[in-house]
Design a protein around this ligand. Structure first.
Ligand code: AMP
Ligand code: FE
Ligand code: FE
Ligand code: ZN
Length: 281
C-alpha cells in the first residue's frame, strides 16, 4: 500500500497538470503524502501545499535539481527545502535562463537537421515553467517530424543524440550545499537511469543524504541492488512514481510507486533530524 509518492511533476516544469491538480490526483488515489519535484523549480510548491491542506495530503516541498559530474547528468531531489528561500529561488531562476538558451540551441540544431520546430510553440507549451526536452519533443510531434515521444528522444533529443545540448554544468557538491542551506536534504534520483549507482560513494562524500530506491523505471532486481547500497552507505531511502501526467510520454501514474507508511515515517524523521541539526548550528 503506497502511502507517499515523493516524485512528481507539474506545469511548473514538464508535467501536464497544474500543481493543485497533481495534489487532487494524489488525494483521489488515496495518497496521504506526496512531494512535487519539478525540474529546477519550486514555483509550484506553494500552490501544492495549499491544495494539500484542503485535501488532507501532506505536501513535502521539493524540486529535482540538475547537476553534472563528468559525463553524467545527475538529477538531485531536494526535499524539505524552504521554497521561499531567496538563494534557492535565484539559483532556480538562473537554471530557467540556461534552459531557455539550451532549448534555443536545440531548436537551431533541429532546423539544421531538417526537422524545424517553432520556438514560440515550445515556449508556449512550457508556459512560464522550466522548459525542457519534453516541450521540444512535443513540438517535434506536433510538427509531424516524429510519431512518438520516444522517437523524438531516440532520434534527436536523447543524451548524445544530434540535437542534444547540455546546459552549463553545475557540480553536485554545489547543488547539495545549496539544498542544505535551504534546509532540505539531497537525494539522488533514479540511479539506474544513466547507470549512476557507481556515483553513490563519491556523492556521499559530497554530502548526499539519500537515494531514490523505489522508482517507476527500477526493476525488482535493481531496486534490491540500490537498497543494499543505501544500507551500506547509511543513506535515507525514498521512492516515487516520477509521474509527469497523461500524454507526457512518460506513463507512470501517481501513487503507483512510493513509500509505505512505516518507510514514510522514517523518511519524515530524517527530515526532522536534519532540521534539528541545522537549528543547533
Ligand atoms: P531536460 O530536463 O530538459 O533535460 O529533460 C529531461 C526530461 O525529459 C526527463 O525528466 C523526462 O521527463 C523526459 N525524458 C527523458 N528521456 C525521455 C524519453 N526517452 N522518453 C520520454 N521522455 C523522456
Ligand atoms: Fe521530466
Ligand atoms: Fe529525473
Ligand atoms: Zn522527475
Amino acid at each position: 500500500m503506497i502511502f507517499a509518492d515523493l516524485h512528481s511533476h507539474s506545469t511548473a516544469s514538464d508535467g501536464v497538470d497544474p500543481p493543485a491538480r497533481v495534489v487532487e490526483r494524489a488525494a483521489a488515489v488515496g495518497l496521504k503524502a506526496m512531494s512535487l519535484t519539478d525540474h529546477d523549480s519550486v514555483a509550484g510548491v506553494e500552490e501544492a501545499i495549499q491544495a494539500g491542506r484542503r485535501l488532507g495530503v501532506e505536501v513535502i516541498p521539493g524540486a529535482e535539481m540538475t547537476c553534472n559530474h563528468e559525463k553524467y547528468e545527475i538529477h538531485m531531489l531536494a526535499y524539505g527545502v524552504d521554497h521561499r528561500s531567496a538563494e534557492f529561488q535565484l539559483f532556480c531562476e538562473q537554471a530557467q535562463r540556461d534552459r531557455i538558451g539550451r532549448a534555443e540551441e536545440m531548436s537551431r540544431r533541429l532546423a539544421e537537421l531538417g526537422v524545424p520546430v517553432d520556438m514560440k510553440a515550445v515556449m508556449a507549451s512550457a508556459d512560464g515553467g522550466s522548459v525542457g526536452r519534453p516541450h521540444v519533443a512535443r513540438a517535434l510531434l506536433d510538427a509531424g517530424h516524429v510519431a512518438t515521444f520516444e522517437e523524438a528522444f531516440d532520434k534527436y533529443l536523447g543524451n548524445g543524440k544530434p540535437a542534444y545540448f547540455a546546459r552549463p554544468s553545475v557540480p553536485p557538491a554545489e547543488v547539495i550545499a545549496l539544498i542544505h542551506r535551504a534546509g532540505g536534504i539531497a537525494v539522488l534520483a533514479h540511479p539506474i537511469i544513466g547507470d549512476q549507482l557507481c556515483l553513490l560513494p563519491m556523492l556521499k562524500k559530497a554530502g548526499l543524504d539519500g537515494v531514490e530506491v523505489w522508482h517507476s523505471h527500477h526493476t525488482a532486481e535493481e531496486t534490491e541492488r540500490i537498497l543494499v547500497e543505501a544500507l551500506n552507505l547509511g543513506l535515507v531511502k525514498t521512492g516515487g512514481s516520477d509521474c509527469h501526467g497523461a500524454l507526457s510520454g512518460r506513463e507512470a501514474s501517481l501513487g503507483t510507486v512510493g513509500l509505505d507508511e512505516p518507510r514514510y515515517r522514517k523518511f519524515r524523521a530524517s527530515l526532522e533530524r536534519w532540521r534539528d541539526t541545522l537549528a543547533e548550528t
